[in-house]
Design a protein around this ligand. Structure first.
Ligand SMILES: [Zn+2]
Length: 381
């Protein structure tokens, strides 16, 4: 178990490395001597390494930046939906090395564990260097209520009180972390993504549902308040009626809602990619739908930025594909819904689409592995 200072050091090197010792000392408010003392066991245990000499850009002096050793390990992230498992293998900085997906033949915990083990095993086998750099940990994320790793309620999988980690870990031979998918993606954006270095922001995910994650004071907010907390807030005076009977609620932003409305306008179904291309080309059948989507999204962004009092908002998820065609309209809608004297909302777009979800699962596995680093014994971590 790391001390608070060791934990802060591990995170800083992981998130900001390769990083010069001087920059690290400044970031952690440590003297050079204290930093040297703190860094040494990480080097001795093979968690960190010193990169080759490079010139300091400011003063031209040679520096040896600290970085996380690549041999510290690889990580797998798996996002479960109601009918598929999406997996990635990443490095220690949640950079995706390889990815894949499989349909779920059954959703009982044993069948899902077997499928995840097979999927992750297959990805690792295809990866060069697997004999040198081993898998250190696996993260699994899913929609629903997850408390301390236990899936209390996962409606897409028809799960109630499923403890997946103890079933899955023996199959994979490494520790497993299970987390709510929006929380996992928020952690990923916070440490490794568009929220890196931003102490407070909202994450809005646009996809099969509408998710909201929140970082305040450099920590992800974990709440027991329930599920789908922004999915049904009103965002338009008119608009489609959601399954709960609301007209113009945030469900109108989901991919399913947009696909249904566009299919009626086109007289045929079309995939998300085609809609995004038609929208960018200014197709007149699609344009009013994209405008309504942009208005509603702008209102939702202004609402979360106002209520959470955080001025940065990260947009992610597979539904963000429409944003490129709607950006100007979204920004105008945010401005219209916000007091002009307020700070403007800083918008960050994660356009990695669905892959972001599995990367989020890998990020929580990395964070849990940092918490497990043991500098006390003779063995490496
Ligand atoms: Zn609704």
């Amino acid at each position: 178990m790391l001390t608070a200072s060791e934990s802060a050091l591990a995170r800083a090197v992981l998130v900001h490395g390769p990083i010069a010792r001087s920059a690290l000392a400044q970031r952690l408010a440590l003297s050079p001597a204290s930093l040297t003392r703190l860094v040494k066991p990480f080097l001795d245990h093979g968690v960190f390494l010193e990169r080759a000499h490079t010139a300091d850009g400011l003063v031209g002096r040679p520096v040896t930046p600290l970085d996380v050793a690549p041999e510290w390990g690889r990580f797998a992230g798996v996002k479960l939906t109601g009918d598929r498992a999406y997996a990635v293998v990443t490095d220690a900085r949640a950079e995706v090395l390889v990815g894949g997906e499989r349909p779920l033949a059954a959703t009982d915990a044993e069948a899902v564990c077997a499928l995840i083990a097979d999927l992750v095993g297959g990805l690792l086998a295809d990866l060069p260097g697997a004999d040198v750099v081993h898998l250190r940990a696996v993260g699994v994320s899913l929609g629903g209520v997850v408390r301390e790793g236990r899936a209390e309620f996962a409606p897409f999988l028809d799960w109630a009180d499923v403890d997946l980690a103890p079933r899955l870990a023996p199959r994979l031979g490494v520790p497993v972390t299970v987390e709510n998918d929006v929380i996992a993606l928020t952690e990923a954006e916070h440490w490794f993504g568009h929220g890196r270095g931003i102490p407070g922001f909202s994450l809005l995910t646009i996809g099969a549902g509408i998710g909201h994650g929140l970082v305040v004071g450099d920590r992800v907010v974990r709440s027991a308040a329930g599920a789908d907390l922004v999915g049904h807030v009103p965002v338009a005076a008119s608009g489609p009626v959601c399954p709960l009977g609301h007209r113009g609620c945030a469900q109108m932003l989901t991919t399913a809602s947009i696909l249904a409305v566009c299919a009626r306008a086109l007289g045929r179904p079309a995939a998300s990619d085609e809609l995004a291309a038609l929208a960018l080309a200014g197709d007149e059948r699609i344009a009013p739908i994209v405008d309504a989507w942009a208005d509603a999204l702008g209102r939702l962004i202004a609402l979360v930025a106002g209520l959470t009092q955080q001025r940065a908002v990260v947009l992610a998820g597979e539904g963000v594909g429409l944003f490129a065609a709607a950006e100007e309209h979204v920004r105008a809608a945010i401005a219209a819904a916000r007091d002009p004297r307020a700070d403007p909302v800083a918008l960050h777009i994660d356009d990695s689409g669905f892959a972001a979800w599995a990367r989020g699962a890998a990020a929580v596995a990395i964070q849990a592995a940092v918490d497990r680093i043991d500098l006390g014994g003779g063995s490496a971590v």
